[in-house]
Design a binder for this molecule. Structure first.
Ligand code: CTP
Ligand code: MG
Length: 401
């Protein structure tokens, strides 16, 4: 935060739970590391927070011996990430996060707490909370803000077998993030611990010490992944939120001509006076296309996924590699809108092979052949291509979520 006395905003993300309810259906992976559209649940939750520039740093509270975190941290690669270890209950984990921040945070700095298990948090909900804090600082001073969604269903309570209807007026579902001043939150959680009271959110601890937070209306789709079926719901919600997401990528590949009597382009074998010098089948069209797709996914490049040094790829059919890349695209919830590919070569001429190449690529990517355009050019006898020493291809792709 840059308002008033420059109270900073820190985030604490409790991620040290055992996910016992989730584990009854999916025992192998703790729920914060379950895969959701190509990323872990925790990565999605952090991604949302790291996109808000007013958050100074994010403390992720991890279970002792968490072996999955280093890989997630490497992928996120943000200097704003800090870590500490959690405790037996959620409130202990948040408390550990506060203690970790003790040397850095001031008493009146703001602390935002967000469950690692809520991956569908939107940027607009985070900024609505931060805006509410900034606005309140002009007045009496906010005691804190809690993201919440009004209850829209009729609410029943079952008592001794009989049902009664609870008036839903004024009832809200408390979500996270919740934001409170550092010293007050620490005091409230300490007080709850001394009185052996288990609280299920920060607001409950704050209410006990008489603090009056305000509710900020948030999206009802900011769900907590609790059971296995919630993961499917979270994927659908994230896809809706990103339905207008567009990603662009480009790729280039070059191979030298060598001994042989054919080249492979777009999975089509084309007779030629030379062969290709390559570890795999040397299909520059597919290699450029794979690099463009990986680029659009933000997922490295072809050399990282299929290293030359790996004997599995010796003489490999590049269409197999393309299908692996297509699977990564699908796992990320993206599909190809179109690909535009240019082959640069003096020879062979590819005109008569273009439709067969497009049909191969379309089949591997699960799109209509019309989504793939292949064209060719010579380089007017200039450079290594002009001297017939080799050939190249360039590809551009557009993906949509
Ligand atoms: N959490 C934590 N430390 C704990 C318990 C929970 O950091 N000792 C975190 C969880 O990782 C989760 C959040 O608090 O991000 C919300 O808790 P909950 O949904 O209850 O998760 P779990 O406790 O992991 O799940 P369960 O209650 O089913 O075991
Ligand atoms: Mg729990």
């Amino acid at each position: 935060m840059t308002v008033g006395s420059a109270r900073r905003l820190w985030a604490i993300v409790p991620a040290a739970g055992r996910g016992e309810r989730f584990a009854t259906d999916t025992p192998n992976v703790p729920k914060q590391y379950a895969t959701l559209l190509g990323r872990s649940v925790l990565e999605w939750s952090l991604h949302a927070l790291l996109a808000e520039p007013r958050i100074h740093a994010v403390v992720v509270v991890l279970a002792i011996g968490d072996e999955r975190w280093p890989e997630a941290a490497r992928k996120i690669n943000s200097p704003k990430l800090l870590t500490t270890v959690g405790g037996a209950h959620r409130q202990d984990s948040v408390m550990n996060g506060l203690e970790f921040l003790a040397p850095m945070a001031r008493a009146d700095d703001w602390i935002l707490v967000h469950d690692a298990a809520r991956p569908c948090l939107s940027g607009s909900d985070i900024s609505a909370l931060a805006d509410a804090l900034e606005e309140s600082q002009g007045g009496a001073g906010a005691a804190g803000v809690v993201l919440a969604a009004p209850i829209v269903d009729t609410v029943k309570r079952e008592l001794g077998g009989a049902l009664e209807t609870v008036d839903r007026a004024g009832l809200w579902r408390a979500l996270t993030p919740q934001i409170f001043p550092y010293a007050q939150l620490r005091h409230a959680l300490q007080d709850a611990a001394v009185n052996k009271l288990q609280v299920t959110d920060e607001a409950q601890a704050m209410e006990r010490i008489g603090s009056r937070a305000s509710l900020v209306r948030g999206s009802p789709f900011n769900i907590k992944v609790t059971r296995a079926e919630d993961l499917k719901a979270a994927a659908d919600i994230l896809k809706l939120g990103e339905s207008s997401q567009m990603r662009i990528g480009q790729g280039v590949d070059v191979h030298a001509f060598g001994a042989g009597d054919h080249v492979v382009l777009g999975g089509v074998r084309i007779a030629h006076a030379h062969g290709i010098v390559a570890h795999s089948d040397g299909d520059v069209v597919i290699h450029a296309l794979c690099d463009a797709l990986l680029g659009a996914l933000g997922d490295g490049d072809i050399g990282q996924h299929f290293p030359d040094s790996d004997p599995r790829y010796r003489g490999a059919d590049s269409r197999v590699l393309l299908r692996v890349v297509a699977q990564r695209m699908q796992a990320a919830g993206l599909r190809l809108v179109n690909a535009d590919i240019t082959v640069l070569a003096e020879a062979p001429r590819i005109g008569t092979h273009r439709s067969a190449m497009a049909a191969n690529l379309a089949a591997d990517l699960g799109v209509a052949a019309a989504a793939i355009n292949i064209k060719a050019t010579t380089t007017e006898r200039l450079g290594f291509i002009g001297r017939n020493e080799g050939l190249a291809a360039m590809a551009s792709v557009l993906l949509s979520g």
